[in-house]
Every structure is written in structure tokens, then in C-alpha cells.
Design a protein around this ligand. Structure first.
Ligand code: 5GP
Ligand code: MN
Length: 350
């Protein structure tokens, strides 16, 4: 199908839709919430369609400024409501995720849904068979950037000025967080989009203020402890830290407040890979970041049941299935990464 045909199909799906469910990945980050809110606002404000953004987990405090007064249902906070919407809608749009398995508690409801399904995503390996229509592009900064391109291509939009700020502001936020404030995954199209959004009136200073100057003090105290005491660096240039529940309790940290910690060790000259684990129920959530030439996504797939982008990926480490006890997480990381770093290139070059 050509790009024009895909846009025509999407236009037809939007035009026919009565109720739309928008789903993003579990523990939603700025790109997930940003692209999700942007599509919600587009459908409601520009097309008069009934839509809901369905979140598997609550939005972290630093992203709450993006949420509209209504229209967002959080599955883990109000069990049943998001699933009920999914069961009753005739169109589902999945954003910033490449497979239903990334939808956490909404996975089963997605699998059971008989609605038409559209995917807009920038991860590798999209599960095309699960969707009626797929917009997948890895050479963009974010799902927010790809969604912007799709929205502009639809009849009637054409330029940023034709879209309301309630759509543009979350898109700018998503591209800002996924590029680590334009420090990585920046393409010519990324800067073009940023420029167009600024020209259309998006207040980037206000976004940066909300995102980066609004943390609680605890986060920085915890960051100090993480860098000083928790971080280990192996001979192979792997920086890793395992944060247990006690760490979160000691600093009173909420979900999302360690966002960005994993990037910090990459500033160290000899570090080529950063591995960051936080304890959850029966598993650790794993974040991986790497310098070019080291494939974080390959390691995520090989050692942590996950995936993501070449230099920013994630997954899980279960106990007792993967390691007999959580105390053995550090040993596991040392062993797996020592082996991996002998040949850390992306799989298509191995
Ligand atoms: P983060 O470390 O910020 O949670 O995630 C980094 C990237 O890896 C994101 O693009 C995210 O979608 C992906 N990712 C994180 N956790 C998982 C996971 O459990 N499975 C897969 N397939 N991707 C993940
Ligand atoms: Mn993303």
C-alpha cells in the first residue's frame, strides 16, 4: 500500500469511527502521553469524535501538566473502565508501542477487541499482523513526530497552524522527552517539526519549565545517592545500578521520579552502556542506554525479554524465573554484559 493509500484508509477509518480508544505503552513516558493526548485532542476537537485515552498505568507527576480535564482512563487506577471502553469502541489506535504485549494490563482487552486497529509507532519490529493499518517509521525522533506527519497528511490539516495548541503542545513535549531534549535521535524532520510548532505558537519555554524545573527535591537527593553509592562500572565499560524497594522508600520516590537517571553514566568517557534496574512485583524493570556501536535493543532482547531502540531499550528481569533471588541481579548483569560486550553490535551487523 502506498503512503497516500494508507492516509486515505486512515481518513476513512476516522470518518466512520463513533468511539475511539487510544492505547499507549505501560508506564507511559513523555512520548506515550504526548502522542496519546495529541490524538485524543485531535479526534475530539478537530473531528468531533468520541475518544478516550486509555493508559495502562498512572501518569508520572512530571507529565501531569499534559492531561486534559477529562477523556483519560487509567486501567490500574480504575479497573474495568478502560477495558469497558475498549470493548465498546469501533476503532483502536495504538501509539508508541510495537505490540499488544507492551500495553501491560490492557493487553488482554486489546487482544479481545473486535475494533479496527491502527498503529503509529517508531520502534523496531512492529507486530503488523495485529493491526489493520500500520504507520511505522524508525527514522524519526518519536511517535509524536510520526503522528504529526500523519495528522498533517490527512485532508484538512496540511500545516501546524491548522491544528490547535492542545494538539501541538503535547506533540512538542513527546519529541522533547524522547530526544532527551534534542540530544539524541534528532533527524532533519525533527528540527523542521520543532520549528513549525514554534512558529505555530507552541510555548517551548513553558514545556521545559514543566518538564525539567518542577521535580521534587527528593529526586535530586536520590540521584546523588545513585551516582555516589549505587553505580558500579565494569571493566568492559558497563555502568549499572540495581535499585531495590528500600531505595525508593528511603527517598519517598514515586513511579517516574528516577526518569533520566539511566542516561547520566553515558557522560563518563569509558562507559559504553548503562543498565538501570528498579525493583517491582516479582521482577525488575530494566532500562538500557548505549553509545553508538553498542546495541541496547539487542541486549534487551537477549537478556531481559525486551526491546526498544538501538541505543535506548528496556525489558524485565523476573525472579525466581530468571534469577533465583533479587539479590543475584548484580551478578546476572555482570555475567551477561561481560559476554555481550565482546560483541555488542546491532544484530544486523553481527
Ligand atoms: P525506558 O528505559 O525509558 O523505560 O524505555 C526505553 C525504550 O525501551 C522505550 O522505547 C520503551 O518503549 C522500550 N522498552 C522499555 N521497556 C520495554 C519492555 O519491557 N519491552 C520492550 N519490548 N520494550 C521496552
Ligand atoms: Mn517513544
Amino acid at each position: 500500500m502506498s503512503e497516500t493509500q494508507e492516509i486515505q484508509r486512515l481518513e476513512a477509518l476516522f470518518a466512520a469511527a463513533q468511539r475511539v480508544g487510544i492505547v499507549v505503552h505501560t508506564h507511559p513516558d513523555g512520548d506515550a502521553v504526548g502522542s496519546g493526548v495529541a490524538l485524543l485532542e485531535y479526534l475530539r476537537r478537530c473531528r468531533g469524535v468520541q475518544a478516550r485515552l486509555l493508559l495502562p498505568d498512572p501518569v508520572a507527576p512530571y507529565l501531569r501538566f499534559l492531561l486534559p480535564a477529562d477523556g483519560v482512563l487509567t486501567a490500574s487506577a480504575a479497573p474495568g473502565s478502560a477495558e469497558a471502553w475498549l470493548a465498546s469502541c469501533d476503532l483502536v489506535c495504538c501509539l508508541d508501542m510495537n505490540a499488544f504485549s507492551r500495553a501491560g494490563g490492557l493487553e488482554a482487552a486489546l487482544r479481545g477487541s473486535r475494533a479496527r486497529k491502527v498503529l503509529v509507532d517508531h520502534h523496531q519490529h512492529p507486530d503488523r499482523d495485529s493491526f489493520d493499518l500500520v504507520f511505522s517509521e524508525t527514522q524519526v525522533s518519536s511517535a509524536s513526530e510520526l503522528l504529526y506527519q500523519v495528522l498533517l497528511a490527512l485532508p484538512g490539516a496540511g500545516s501546524a497552524e491548522r491544528l490547535p495548541l492542545q494538539v501541538l503542545t503535547p506533540l512538542m513535549t513527546g519529541m522533547t522527552t524522547d530526544t532527551n531534549n534534542f540530544a539524541k535521535s534528532v533527524f532533519p524532520s525533527t528540527l523542521r517539526m520543532a520549528s513549525e510548532l514554534l512558529a505555530a505558537g507552541v510555548d517551548r519555554d513553558a514545556i521545559l519549565e514543566a518538564l525539567y524545573h518542577n521535580y521534587r527535591e527528593n529526586r535530586f537527593r536520590a540521584m546523588g545517592r545513585y551516582l555516589d553509592e549505587m553505580l558500579h562500572i565494569t571493566e568492559e565499560g558497563v555502568a549499572y545500578a540495581v535499585l531495590r524497594r528500600g531505595f525508593f522508600d528511603r527517598f519517598g520516590l514515586q513511579d517516574g521520579e528516577t526518569e533520566g537517571f539511566v542516561n547520566l553514566p553515558l557522560g563518563i568517557d569509558r562507559v559504553r552502556l548503562s543498565v538501570f534496574l528498579r525493583e517491582d512485583e516479582g521482577h525488575f524493570r530494566v532500562s538500557l542506554r548505549s553509545k553508538p556501536g553498542v546495541s541496547a535493543s539487542r541486549l534487551a532482547a537477549e537478556a531481559f525479554h525486551g526491546g526498544g531502540h538501538e541505543c535506548a531499550a528496556g525489558g524485565k528481569l523476573h525472579f525466581p524465573q530468571d534469577i533465583p533471588s533479587p539479590d543475584l541481579a548484580e551478578d546476572y548483569i555482570e555475567t551477561m554484559t561481560a559476554r555481550f560486550m565482546r560483541n555488542p553490535a546491532p544484530s544486523d551487523t553481527v
